[in-house]
Design a protein around this ligand. Structure first.
Ligand code: HEM
Length: 392
């Protein structure tokens, strides 16, 4: 097979609606062998298998010569680059995820509800007659929430949003990546690590009632997060939790406005249908950790497998091509599956529920005021602009 045919699925002109091409691809190749050691799965069953099966994971960490590593990249005592648990296999993944989950609890998320409601209401009320949903609501809300959750001082939040954006732009797999995104992302990561190192030091001395202080102090049967683990975990939480939620809100408002308006059914159902219909995370990847199979296709150890979440979520096994916000929630892969299932799903769902609920309550007559534009990223699918009129 010519891998170019696969890459063409992500061409710029398809950005407004890649789904007809995904559908055609999925019907022809639920499992595709793109080259000797590169596969792509787009069927729901096959994608679920890759995410759940321990035969697929992440490449084992390479040991870098400390002299070769990037400045400020955290390393452990043996010079090993410290990676966030999103890209680790058990047992390291299990240990770190358990520690972080002890600090980042559903109770902590639930406690944020009144603050998220207040923030959302003030952003919507301050938006004016005609506005851009991305600038006025979808971008500021998640960054404020995660900054507040972590306990980042107000004055630093603008810098914080900039770094986070630069890092999110570089998440695409290498075959889709624009070379211009790499250097700003590396710089942003360094800035984050330096910033969090200082903030963690402060919280160690005088802990607050925030997630950063909880992560500094967390321990599990005598086990704690090392300095490097803490720093990469903080960076992961920030990136994983920020642009993804922005895109849930943006993609959701667009889908609602194109299908009858924001006054829809129960906001909880809206969130699940948006996640399925226009997934904020479109792709992820795994490596075959041993020789294995996908259905009847043999996959040699070391192969890379791209999981097309956006295509799998419209497999008829999951749900149709159409958007119906009153649909009873079904299965989808928008938060992944298995051991790496999104740790922030309760927070993302809460923010989405409040954003869609408050828009319906405050601006029931909201309407599109022009064509939206899309970001140039593929892994994270979302809008750059979404012009609307409030209809007040
Ligand atoms: C993992 C999606 C919001 C933190 C994941 C994965 C997906 C995902 C697909 C699995 C990736 C894989 O298996 O390769 C989303 C979406 C969100 C969202 C669509 C918003 C709509 C958040 C938030 C946070 C967060 C708000 C935290 C503040 C994480 C973390 C992981 C993760 C820590 C890694 C879990 C692990 O490796 O065990 N997310 N996410 N996410 N997400 Fe989210």
């Amino acid at each position: 097979m010519d891998p170019q045919e696969f890459f063409a699925l992500f061409a710029a002109e398809r950005r407004p609606d890649p789904y007809p091409a995904y559908r055609e691809w999925r019907e022809r190749f639920p499992v595709a062998r793109l080259s000797e050691q590169m596969f792509a799965v787009s069927g729901f069953a096959e994608a679920t298998q890759v995410l759940r099966d321990p035969a697929f994971g992440h490449p084992e960490p390479e040991y870098l010569d400390p002299a070769d590593r990037l400045p400020d990249q955290p390393v452990d005592e043996s010079g090993r680059v410290v990676r966030a648990f999103l890209s680790l296999n058990p047992p390291d993944h299990t240990r770190l995820r358990r520690l972080v989950a002890k600090a980042f609890t559903p109770r902590m998320v639930e406690r944020l509800t009144p603050r998220i409601e207040e923030l959302t209401a003030s952003l919507i009320d301050g938006a004016g007659e005609s506005f851009d949903v991305m600038t006025s609501l979808a971008k500021p809300l998640p960054v404020e929430v995660i900054a507040e959750l972590l306990g980042v001082p107000l004055d630093d939040r603008e810098r914080f949003a900039e770094w986070s954006h630069a890092m999110a732009r570089a998440l695409d797999p290498s075959f889709l990546q624009h070379p211009d995104t790499i250097e700003p992302a590396v710089k942003a990561r360094q800035s984050f690590v330096a910033y969090f190192r200082e903030l963690a030091e402060q919280r160690r001395g005088s802990p607050g009632d925030d997630l950063l202080s909880a992560l500094v102090a967390v321990s599990d049967a005598g086990d704690v997060l090392s300095e490097g683990e803490l720093l990469v975990t903080l960076t992961l939480l920030l990136i994983a939790g920020h642009e993804t939620t922005t895109n849930l809100i943006g993609n959701g408002v667009l889908a609602l406005l194109r299908h009858g308006g924001v006054v829809a059914a129960d906001p909880e159902r809206v969130v699940e249908e948006v996640l399925r219909y226009d997934s904020p995370v479109q792709l992820t990847a795994r490596t075959a950790l041993r020789d294995t199979e996908l259905g009847t296709v043999a996959v040699p150890a070391g192969s890379q497998v791209i999981v097309l979440i956006g295509a799998a979520n419209r497999d008829p096994a999951t749900g149709p091509e159409t958007f119906d916000p009153s649909r009873a929630p079904g299965r989808h892969l928008a938060f992944g599956q298995g051991i790496h299932f999104c740790l922030g799903a309760p927070l993302a769902r809460l923010e989405g529920r409040i954003a869609f609920g408050e828009l319906a309550r405050r601006l029931p007559g909201l309407k599109l005021a022009g064509d939206p534009t899309w970001n140039a990223t593929t892994t994270l699918r979302g809008l750059a602009t979404l012009p609307v009129v409030s209809g007040k």
